[in-house]
Design a protein around this ligand. Structure first.
Ligand SMILES: Cc1cc2nc3c(=O)[nH]c(=O)nc-3n(C[C@H](O)[C@H](O)[C@H](O)COP(=O)(O)O)c2cc1C
Length: 383
């Protein structure tokens, strides 16, 4: 029974997992930030691959979340794009994430866009990427995940179409069929800005056709592979009219959840690194927070509890994580802030969520989901 541990004790806990994180954040991260961003990322993944594997420390039971039929030990997930090829899900779970989303995985291997394709905007604590789905392909990822399947933990797989595919819908169908046996859930990524034309699949008629086939397949596979919840990941750049249609289709087809959302092609006027801001690609990190949180609230009021939401975009503090939950997120994911804030952020967020409960903001996390959504949708649109 650990649900009476005060938040400050959670924060100060001297367990070995935390000291590895402290060492990494203090020593390795400053060096990594001096490197080209993609090289730094590849090095971190390699380090995690060869680091001693540990089972995740048990979370405070008040952090548990039930969503899409799964029990998450805590609501803080690693967003797609960090572990694109399924190399380090267990290392990430061991670092305290409540779940890990591997991918985006494409059916066939593909190289993605030429380098450089990842840029840091240091003064903005932001990142621009135009990877374009570099993927080792489904077979390689599947083999890795099958080899760790008995270790448990929630590992979702984010799927996308090959750039040169002549039938993108068929790519998603084929991927779901192959990954369902090893995926805790599948995310249908129709929102990457870096594969030309991909985001057209978010249009209501295209999405309706795609989801009809996907949901039928999900239901056919369930007796053999067990339930595979299907999530759709959307762009923060949709108009509210498009969002109306998209949520209508998603509800009618009976998907299990939605991730709001991917990177933005917009460049907020507040960006200070104007030169790097000119790079093509999707922007993530702190400047994405206002837009993605507003879109989350807009989605929440339209979904009306029909399915669960994952809030993603610009989370870099405990308060920001809490803000996502209050805007409508059952679960949250992060990526870019790890570059600027380090791995200790995961524990910091978990401690902040517990502290909010101890302050009496609510009895349990689920009571906070969406409490600010309606009010947020009445505010001026974030600039
Ligand atoms: C370098 C990088 C690569 C990404 N690759 C993917 C990807 O392959 N698939 C995907 O759905 N999202 C991808 N994303 C988007 C993230 O999953 C997330 O939605 C977005 O970055 C917003 O969260 P953040 O501000 O915490 O980074 C990527 C993001 C970054 C920074």
């Amino acid at each position: 029974m650990n649900n009476t541990i005060p938040a400050d004790r959670v924060r100060a806990s001297p367990d070995p997992e935390r000291s590895v994180i402290g060492l990494f954040d203090r020593l390795a991260r400053p060096l990594l930030r001096a490197l080209d961003p993609e090289t730094a990322h590849l090095l971190v993944v390699k380090a995690l691959r060869f680091a001693p594997q540990r089972r995740p420390a048990a979370d405070d039971s008040r952090l548990m979340v039930r969503a899409f039929g799964l029990n998450f030990p805590n609501p803080v997930g690693m967003a797609a794009g960090f572990d694109k090829h399924g190399e380090v899900p267990d290392a990430l779970l061991g670092l305290g994430f409540g779940f890990v989303e591997v991918g985006t995985v494409t059916p066939l291997p593909q190289a993605g866009n030429p380098r450089p394709r990842l840029f840091r905007l240091e003064p903005d604590q932001a990142v621009i990427n135009r990877y374009g789905f570099n993927s080792e392909g489904a077979a390689a990822v599947l083999a890795r995940l099958a080899a760790r399947a008995d270790r448990g933990g929630i590992v979702g797989i984010n799927i996308g179409a090959n750039r040169d595919s002549s039938d993108r819908a068929a790519d998603y169908i084929q991927l779901i069929e192959s990954v369902a046996p090893v995926a805790s859930y599948v995310t249908v990524n129709v929102s990457s800005p870096n594969t030309p034309g991909l985001r057209e699949l978010q249009r209501a008629s295209a999405l309706d056709d795609l989801l009809a086939r996907i949901v039928e397949l999900r239901d056919q596979l369930a007796p053999r592979s067990g339930p595979t919840p299907v999530l759709v990941k959307i762009a923060p750049d949709l108009s509210l009219g498009d969002l109306d249609d998209l949520v209508g289709v998603a509800r009618a087809r009976g998907i299990d959840g939605m991730i709001v959302g991917n990177t933005t092609v917009r460049r907020p006027a507040s960006l200070r690194d104007r030169a790097t801001a000119k790079e093509a690609g999707g922007l993530s990190g702190r400047p994405l927070y206002p837009l993605s949180t507003r879109m989350l609230a807009e989605t929440y009021v339209r979904v009306e509890g029909a399915f669960a939401l994952v809030g993603t975009g610009g989370i870099d503090t405990g308060a920001a994580a809490l803000g996502k939950i209050r805007a409508g997120a059952d679960l949250i994911q992060l990526y870019s802030a790890l570059v600027f804030r380090g791995l200790a952020l995961v524990a910091e967020i978990k401690a902040a969520l517990i502290a909010a409960l101890e302050r009496g903001e609510a009895e349990k996390l689920s009571d906070l989901v969406g409490v600010d959504a309606a009010a947020m949708t009445a505010e001026p649109w974030p600039g």
